[in-house]
Ligand binder design. Structure first.
Ligand SMILES: NC(=O)c1ccc[n+]([C@@H]2O[C@H](COP(=O)([O-])OP(=O)(O)OC[C@H]3O[C@@H](n4cnc5c(N)ncnc54)[C@H](O)[C@@H]3O)[C@@H](O)[C@H]2O)c1
Length: 368
């Protein structure tokens, strides 16, 4: 399989288009996307890179502050493609093409000129406001003037992120920022939630929508409010399940099974929290609580304890359930929480599934 091709114009060439001259005015925003950059090669970033190359057929440059996480992610793309070939879903040639369009960045940061030809950058780093603000400032400095600056944030205000999209030379690029919220696992989940910041230019919103559809996704649009549509509804539900566990209403298995079999949910809320990442769930609840000032969004104490203990869910090998053969010490306990993290059969453990593999990708040595 072909690897690490230069950030070629293969996608453009495949569609018979000539190279675009980069406009020098922020008014000349891109209306088509040939080259995508993904910042953050965790479970979401790798999934986004994979679908952008495979389904939308664009060139993808992916970067991460951790070189080992980046190489783990690229290796996972190879594994995923190998499985698609084995299942007869892709030919060897098609898999080679998908892989050849994805390249890992040489630098850990955005410096070095590698991003000078990007039409759309999708930030998918950890759910932390200061970390994302620094990325947006850097994107504003290093992306070409026509590019779109998108964030895969689950809950952070796009208007706040847009306000940090100011280049080192003082150019304000807030109008080029948009929320581009994928769901986990990206190759499987059909939705992209689009979130315009107050500052977003309508051309940016329209181009982002068109590109999400080229990635095979259905698009919904949400106002820039805490948690958007998706996590405003989902996270309080997950948090309530953790509060129920804390209160001893039921065991984790009984809580999950009740929702699965009684409400026809594909997986229980505690399992889902493990798959999303407990650190991500905590960050989202904190955003909801802080920005609304409403105590109904108070994160469960147990959720905070689990994150403090490093039990982040599937990506760290342990959350409410165990996903790793290696025994880990028990977390801090509260009365009534005795079985919160005991080992049990995790839900949906069929090896080789695209989604399970993507979730495992997060099993990295460097945690956020
Ligand atoms: N996990 C989900 O189910 C889910 C769903 C939708 C959206 N999101 C959002 O996607 C984003 C990423 O989530 P994830 O689950 O992939 O997290 P993750 O922990 O799997 O990956 C985050 C990656 O970002 C990298 N990173 C951190 N700081 C960086 C920096 N300054 N520069 C470059 N790389 C950096 C880390 O090394 C890591 O590889 C978050 O904003 C999250 O809220 C997550």
């Amino acid at each position: 399989m072909q690897r690490f091709n230069a950030f070629t114009s293969s996608a453009r060439a495949a569609r018979g288009r000539s190279p675009r001259s980069v406009p020098h005015s922020a008014r000349s925003l891109t209306t088509s996307v040939d080259r995508v950059a993904v910042i953050g090669a965790g479970q979401m970033g790798i999934g986004i890179a994979y679908v952008a190359s495979k389904t939308a057929g664009v060139d993808v440059l992916i970067s991460d502050r951790s070189a080992s996480q980046l190489s783990k992610g690229l290796h996972f793309v190879d594994t995923l493609l190998g499985k698609e070939v084995k299942k007869g879903k892709l030919s060897n040639g098609e898999a080679d093409q998908v892989r050849s369009r994805i390249r890992g960045a040489r630098e850990n940061g955005l410096e070095g000129g590698e991003f000078a030809d990007v039409d759309l950058a999708i930030e998918a780093v950890s759910e932390s406001l200061p970390v994302k603000q620094a990325i947006f400032s850097s994107l504003a400095t290093h992306l070409p003037p026509h590019a779109i600056l998108a964030s895969n944030t689950s809950s952070i205000s796009l208007s706040t992120l847009a306000a940090s999209a100011v280049s080192q030379s003082g150019e304000n690029r807030a109008s080029q920022v948009v929320g581009f919220h994928f769901f986990n696992p990206v190759p499987v989940m059909k939705l992209v939630e689009l979130i315009p910041a107050l500052q977003t230019d309508p051309t940016v919103l329209a181009t982002a929508r068109e590109f999400a559809e080229r990635m095979g996704k259905t698009v919904t649009q949400s106002a820039d409010t805490p948690g958007f549509i998706s996590n405003r509804l989902l996270m309080p539900f997950i948090n309530e399940a953790i509060l129920a566990l804390e209160a001893g209403v039921g065991s984790k298995e009984d809580i999950d099974t009740t929702l699965k079999l009684g409400m026809n949910h594909p997986m229980g809320p505690l399992t889902l929290a493990d798959f999303i990442g407990l650190d991500t769930c905590l960050s989202i609840m904190e955003v909801l609580q802080r920005e609304t000032g409403d105590c109904k969004y108070r994160p469960a104490v147990l959720l905070g304890r689990m994150v403090s203990a490093g039990y982040l869910g599937k990506k760290s090998g342990r959350g409410f359930y165990n996903y790793d053969a290696t025994p880990v010490p028990p977390p801090p306990r509260k009365p009534g929480l005795e079985d919160a993290t005991e080992s049990p059969a995790p839900y949906g453990s069929s090896e080789g599934d695209v989604d399970i593999g993507l979730r495992r990708l997060g099993g990295k040595e460097e945690q956020q």
